[in-house]
Design a protein around this ligand. Structure first.
Ligand code: PEP
Ligand code: MG
Length: 582
């Protein structure tokens, strides 16, 4: 039966495919695809975990026996028997094997998927006793996952993803309760044609990575992962934020048509790649790329980016079971990005973990804290561990010997943070000089993403060569809206007059001091805002490569001499959004 689920449109286009469900677990597990030849090793991990859990249960049973407590605790004894039985249950073990061997899921993912399948069957049972066994099964699976936690997880490779596709020619779409940015990164080179998650906001990092992959995505679709079943046919309409499940042939044909139109539009835009981004009145506009990995520079150049305006370096730090990359590994990664850009500038942002970007699935998540977005993230995290920060700074400075580099510091708010961060940059230089290690010059920049920073721009301009406005966080902190929380996403408003005033005054003050300023938040890639930002005087935009050509098209049609006055009117309006469509 056809039905639809509504969420937030975060990445444009239409995807049609069979659903692959990433089941929610009480334990945060890794989801990645393995190579077919790894299946046996993956099943071995499971067998070992099963032996550990079974031994553990047997040990408790023995203890009960020695204490003569079997009779005193008959329920406990019976429960342990049930757990042992479930552990060996053919439906669990056989099902898990299926997901590992046929679908190439990693063991943890296979376990949680099979748990979901069996849980549904339990839910449908008449007998209340049997229905309650679902909780036991969940406990058994949780125990297995806990035992397996800590074993290193291999990263998805394109080869593995391609292999996963073999024997399953239908396109696949991913449906999950939630995906961490690290999960998204692992899926980046993968086979999925689209994503749907129950939770998340428009500028949550999961949504941002989906956009960078240029595949249709809907987040905040509430109960999608419960309503949609494994292998259901699904249409993801990333423009409307709608997910159609089990579509009728007519609906399918309609979306097929839309899909082809999107393709044609892309084709048309691709012709703009080598056209300079110059407005009708001759203003040159700098279009830069936001990247998460050195390999993204390929897409950046393909889209005609004039450099990297934001390399979110924290993606190098995620999903590594707490093992941070050492100086050499970071240096090599930054160097790859710099060389990848073939002489164009690369802006490397120092690590910004915390809030909705936990360092590691296994590590305590930042949302264990009451207000993760207000907690120890970005520069606060770096200054809390100067030795770790120095490793990153040295790696960036060394990489700067291979091409033009801008070093960007996130989330600064206090003068003391500016002083400490800059002193550490200086110390890193000294350390390299003393050790005789070559390094290059860098321009120093600050992200303006906290209202406190936007209201003290002269302080920042005294210390930095350039500014980069992080509108995703600036909106979050100005409006007190958690950018990752779909429950308040309707209040997340880039066009709120307070946000626009902070953005406009930052641009104006930077230009008045002759310093460069760009916007690297999602506002920069939103074609409905291009004219307004041009009117505010912005001449440098940084966005995902997939958005560059559409923004360039807007620029080619704009006349900044006419936009400045209009932008002032929009800024002064009570309802700027209404003026935007004038
Ligand atoms: C921003 O906050 O606008 C930004 C670009 O940084 P991030 O999205 O990584 O927080
Ligand atoms: Mg930010």
């Amino acid at each position: 039966m056809t039905f639809s689920v509504h969420g937030l449109a975060v990445s444009r286009g239409v995807a049609i495919g069979r659903a692959v469900i990433v089941a929610a677990s009480r334990i945060d597990v890794a989801h990645y695809l393995i190579a077919p030849e790894e299946a046996e090793a993956e099943l071995d991990r499971l067998r070992r975990a099963r032996t550990v859990v079974a031994d553990d249960i047997a040990r408790v049973q023995r203890t009960l026996g020695e204490l003569g407590s079997h009779d005193a605790h008959p329920e406990l004894s019976a429960l342990l028997d049930v757990h042992l039985m479930l552990l060996q249950d053919e439906q669990l073990t056989g099902g898990v094997k299926h997901w590992v061997v046929e679908r190439h899921y990693n063991a943890e993912w296979a376990l949680t998927t099979q748990l979901e399948v069996i849980s549904r069957q339990f839910d449908e049972m008449e007998d209340p006793y049997l229905r309650e066994r679902k909780a036991d099964l969940e406990q058994v699976v949780d125990r297995l996952l806990r035992v397996m936690r800590g074993e290193s997880a291999s990263m998805t490779t394109t080869a593995a993803a391609d292999a996963a596709r073999k024997g399953n020619e239908d396109p696949l779409v991913l449906i999950a309760h939630d995906l961490s940015p690290a999960d998204m990164l692992q899926f980046k080179q993968s086979v999925f044609a689209g994503f749907v998650t129950d939770v998340g906001g428009k500028t949550s990092h999961t949504a941002i990575v989906a956009r960078s992959m240029d595949i249709p995505a809907v987040v905040g679709a509430r109960s999608a992962s419960h309503l949609i079943r494994q292998d259901d046919w699904v249409v993801i309409d990333g423009d409307a934020g709608v997910v159609v499940v089990d579509p009728s042939p007519i609906v399918l044909a309609e979306y097929g048509f839309k899909q082809r139109q999107v393709e044609m539009e892309r084709e048309k835009l691709s012709r703009l790649k080598n056209t300079p981004a110059v407005t009708l009145d001759g203003q040159k506009i700098e279009l830069l790329a936001n990247i998460e990995q050195p390999e993204d520079t390929v897409a950046a150049l393909k889209a005609g980016a004039m450099g990297v305006g934001l390399f979110r370096s924290e993606f190098l730090f995620m999903g590594r079971s707490g093992q941070l990359p050492d100086e050499e590994e970071q240096y090599q990664a930054y160097r790859r990005a710099i060389e990848g850009m073939q002489g164009l500038p690369v802006t490397i942002r120092t690590v910004d973990v915390g809030a909705d970007k936990p360092l590691d699935r296994g590590a305590p998540r930042s949302d264990d804290h009451l207000n993760p977005a207000l907690g120890l993230r970005a520069i606060r995290w770096s200054l809390a561990d100067p030795a770790m920060f120095l490793v990153q700074l040295r790696a960036i400075l060394r990489a700067a010997a291979h091409g033009p580099v801008n070093l960007l510091i996130p989330m600064l708010a206090h003068g003391s943070e500016i002083r400490q961060a800059l002193a550490l940059v200086e110390r890193a230089r000294e350390q390299l000089a003393v050790a005789g290690v070559p390094y290059g010059p860098v321009k120093l920049g600050a992200m303006i993403e906290v209202p406190a920073a936007a209201l003290t721009i002269p302080l920042f301009l005294r210390h930095f060569d350039f500014l980069s406005i992080g509108t995703n966080d600036l909106i979050q902190y100005t409006l007190a809206i958690d950018r990752a929380d779909e429950a308040v996403s309707h209040l997340y408003d880039p066009l709120h007059p307070a946000v626009l005033q902070l953005v406009a005054s930052t641009i104006a003050q930077a230009h008045a001091m002759g310093k460069e300023v760009s916007v690297c938040g999602e506002m920069a890639g939103d074609v409905t805002l291009t004219r307004l930002l041009l009117g505010m005087g912005l001449r440098s935009f940084s966005m995902h490569p997939s958005q560059i050509l559409a923004v360039k098209q807007q620029i080619l049609r704009s006349d900044t001499s006419k936009l400045a006055g209009w932008a002032q009117e929009v800024l002064a309006a009570d309802e700027p959004a209404a003026r935007l469509v004038d």
